[in-house]
Design a protein around this ligand. Structure first.
Ligand SMILES: NC(=O)c1ccc[n+]([C@@H]2O[C@H](COP(=O)([O-])OP(=O)(O)OC[C@H]3O[C@@H](n4cnc5c(N)ncnc54)[C@H](OP(=O)(O)O)[C@@H]3O)[C@@H](O)[C@H]2O)c1
Length: 163
């Protein structure tokens, strides 16, 4: 789907979270996330929504996926299936899948662009991102950075789906 992107920060061992929280705090990455997603609909699983320090995320339509029929969260658009989201996004401009692990796994096949923050360090975790296959994805942009607060390197990398 042309207008559907995934945005995620991934450790070198594909780790993305533990105990329903992130594995790091990288100020530059939070700014990068805001810059890319602001003004656009963001799609997330209910656990990721519950893990957000400020929720709903301001300045963006928050689309929350749940199996609990009829559940509502003030300020959010509730959805109950992947197909419902795909239908909803058809009529919008850019939409961003922002996690978590279960939602990334279900949406990777539909995304056209991946905004990956690669954290160049391995972490112990309980949730992971699925493999990004070189056969299916090509890198179009890479920008390397160093996090002073964490003392590790990270890179902003954009992937496009191969034709
Ligand atoms: N590193 C990163 O960039 C990043 C980004 C986001 C999240 N994370 C991390 O990822 C972890 C959370 O991921 P997670 O996989 O445990 O949870 P999640 O994907 O955020 O949420 C899972 C929940 O979403 C709902 N859901 C998922 N698929 C559905 C479907 N097809 N139909 C209906 N409802 C559906 C269900 O909610 P109900 O239970 O209500 O039915 C399910 O329990 C946390 O550790 C978080 O910090 C990391």
């Amino acid at each position: 789907m042309k207008n559907l992107s995934i945005i995620v920060a991934i450790a070198s061992n594909y780790a993305i979270g533990k105990n329903n929280d992130l594995l790091w705090h990288i100020s530059e990455d939070l700014k990068h996330f805001k810059k890319i997603t602001l003004g656009h609909p963001v799609i997330m699983g209910k656990k990721t929504f519950e893990s957000l320090p400020i929720r709903p995320l301001p300045g963006r339509e928050n689309i929350v996926l749940t199996d609990v029929a009829g559940e509502t969260i003030p300020g959010c658009t509730m959805v109950y299936s992947i197909s419902q989201i795909l239908l909803l996004c058809k009529n919008k401009e850019d939409c961003f899948v922002i996690g978590g692990s279960s939602v990334y796994k279900q949406f990777l096949q539909f995304a056209e662009t991946l905004y990956i923050t690669w954290v160049h360090k391995a972490f112990e975790a309980d949730v992971f991102f699925p493999e990004i296959s070189e056969k299916k994805w090509q890198i179009t942009e890479t920008e390397k950075h160093h996090s002073e607060e964490n003392n590790f390197d990270f890179s902003f990398v954009i992937y496009k789906r191969k034709k």
